[in-house]
Design a protein around this ligand. Structure first.
Ligand SMILES: [Zn+2]
Length: 416
């Protein structure tokens, strides 16, 4: 049986992220609405007040250029787009954008703007400062192109633009409605701003792998700001988030792909060596090199969450010890499941707060780490800086967890 979290238990974040009343309303799909269970969009408040968002939408940070029949930007092309456009999305009489109907250009334009802006709001809260675009010397604002007849999406110098992905029946499903994809592309833009760009010809495999991993993490942390996603994750797993459950239970009800990919058993010895020059790796291999790092950070989320549960007496330390990644013994897995079911049923709201707090702890730590990295990134430095962030913020409360999850995925302090 699945225990339901009372709907009244809204998330309680310690961060300045509640713009209800002051910001502007948008309707966002946490996952593509072609997936069962995600047919209805949710209301999200973006930080900019209604009077400061113009039709488009556009504000001081970004604007939609809803181009008709545009081809993807290719160097040296760059914004602003000056060709034909669809009619802009206009706000309702109250200044909000949640009146638009799905299935229209205007809804999709607002969905892309709302998603990218909200993910930016979330990460600016973690950084405690506005993100200064890496292209700000040339372009004051980011351009968002919601639709290209192209089976891809990308971010580049001054823009994010989105095409389509084919759904199961071969139809083109627009990526402007895919939260994970848009958040990931925003992640790349944010990281260019934070760690800079390598000089021509200097980019390393570690740089590319870090970028892919961190962009996925930008998306996962942002995704966990949807109440419905936190509830779904907990209700399907009873808070036992290690892979058997995340893969089987979340995966079967909703392809929350980001989470399934992040929850992995890979170590650095399963993927290409970081010293391999990037031009000798296929696109696929470059992405796969990022997975052990993503896996380590995802495991850290789980470990911080479980430590919060122990600290708040919502599970006992013995259960925390029993539920480890890589446990194969069927009887032990079964026992862990049963005990998590019982513990979650006793305190579903406490579990939710423990997960939301773990999310924010990790978001703050990652912001600390990414603020100090340069483009010449080494995996060992990421571990070292995480330990420093933990020391600075909590006196090292999660040190053992950080060391364990990185060792589990084959990442050590002296690593390239
Ligand atoms: Zn990417």
């Amino acid at each position: 049986m699945i225990y339901r979290i009372p709907r009244a238990a809204r998330e309680l974040s310690q961060l300045e992220l509640d713009f209800s009343g002051s910001g502007t309303r948008f309707l966002l799909y946490p996952q593509p609405p072609i997936l069962p269970g995600f047919e209805e969009p949710e209301t999200v408040w973006v930080s900019t007040p209604p009077r400061e968002i113009q039709p488009g939408p556009e504000d001081a940070r970004m604007y939609v250029a809803d181009a008709v029949a545009k081809t993807p930007y290719e160097f040296p092309d760059m914004p602003p787009y000056r060709g034909a456009m669809n009619a802009p999305a206009t706000p309702g009489a109250d200044g909000h954008f949640d009146h638009l109907r799905p299935g229209t250009h205007q809804f999709e334009a607002a969905h892309m703007f709302g998603t990218v802006h909200w993910v930016m709001d979330i990460w600016e809260a973690y950084f405690g400062a506005p993100i200064e675009w890496h292209f700000s010397e040339d372009l004051p604002r980011m351009e968002l192109v919601p639709w290209l007849d192209w089976d891809n999406a990308h971010s580049g110098y001054g823009f994010i633009e989105a095409g389509y992905r084919l759904d199961d029946s071969g139809r083109k499903f627009p990526m402007n409605l895919n939260f994970d994809v848009l958040a990931h592309e925003f992640g790349h833009s944010m990281l260019y701003a934070k760690i800079g760009l390598p000089p021509p010809g200097k980019a390393t495999t570690s740089f590319f792998a870090f970028h892919e991993s961190a962009s996925d993490l930008v998306g996962i942390i942002a995704l966990l700001h949807f109440d419905s996603i936190v509830d779904l994750l907990l209700e399907r797993t009873s808070g036992d988030l290690y892979p058997r459950n995340v893969l089987n239970r979340v995966g079967e009800v909703s392809p929350t792909k980001q989470i399934r990919m992040a929850s992995n058993d890979l170590t650095m010895s399963d993927v290409a060596d970081l010293s391999t020059p990037p031009d000798q790796l296929s696109h696929r291999e470059r992405h796969d090199v990022s997975l052990p790092l993503t896996g380590a950070v995802f495991d850290l989320l789980v470990e911080i969450f479980q430590q919060n549960l122990v600290d708040r007496r919502l599970i006992d330390p013995a259960l925390d010890d029993m539920s480890r990644r890589g446990v194969k013994d069927a009887a032990q897995l079964e026992a862990v499941d049963r005990r998590f079911d019982a513990a979650f049923a006793r305190a579903p709201v406490g579990f939710k707060h423990a997960l939301v707090d773990a999310r924010d702890t990790l978001g703050l730590y990652l912001a600390d780490v990414w603020s100090r990295l340069t483009w010449d990134v080494h995996f060992g430095d990421i571990l070292g800086l995480l330990l420093e962030a933990d020391r600075a913020r909590t006196g090292g409360w999660y040190r053992v967890e950080i060391e364990n999850v990185f060792a589990r995925h084959g990442i050590y302090l002296d690593m390239n």
